[in-house]
Design a protein around this ligand. Sequence first.
Ligand code: ADE
Length: 234
Amino acid sequence: MRRRHAASLDPHAISEFGRRLRAWYRRSARDLPWRRTRNAYRVLVSELMLQQTQVSRVIPKYHEFLRTFPSLAAVARAEPARVLEAWSGLGYYARARNLHKLARELTSDGTRSRVRLPSEPAALRDLPGIGAYTAGAVASFAYEVRAPLVDTNVARVLSRVFAPSLSPKRPRDLKRIWAIAERTLPRTGNATWTHNQALMEHGALVCTARVAHCDRCPVSSLCATHARAMTLRR
Ligand code: ADE
């Protein structure tokens, strides 16, 4: 029988998963600067920086970059070289180049100063350098839109808990993991903000790539991978 992963999830397990994950987040999350803002430009800068760089290295760069470029309009007015300079040390300079392109595009080459990033994932994805993950992150973290997001960490958490047979490396499976992410979102945008941050935090602190710390996991009793491991041990 073909498994229809997202559609076959148990509604009780879904609501318990979200409830416990968000309660854990409220108790255990790190206080990170981009979690204190709903400014879409700031959220975008943080997400672009965090794509390939560790949190501890991003924090000082995030503050420094925003001091130099406090708005998208400021990025648009600058020469690309100045933006790259402010990005120095973070690597993957395509991210900075795309940010500059995006700022120019939204401000009609710097002629408009009041600009707003779109709030819907589909519109965000039309912008330079914004993929599915970043679109979901800006929509949910800046605008509290009920939008899913899946990066490597989230894919690992969701597949371990709900669908251990799926491999995030296979494109077809990754699509199914996105469907699970969508299916397991809470109802409101406000709860979605916490839910998505909690998924990221859980993947970073508990359900890590190297070790799954099931002993301190808030959702281990709902987790298919954990259940399998327990059965094998007996
Ligand atoms: N990595 C990407 N986005 C993040 C976030 N909002 N918090 C922590 N780590 C992240």
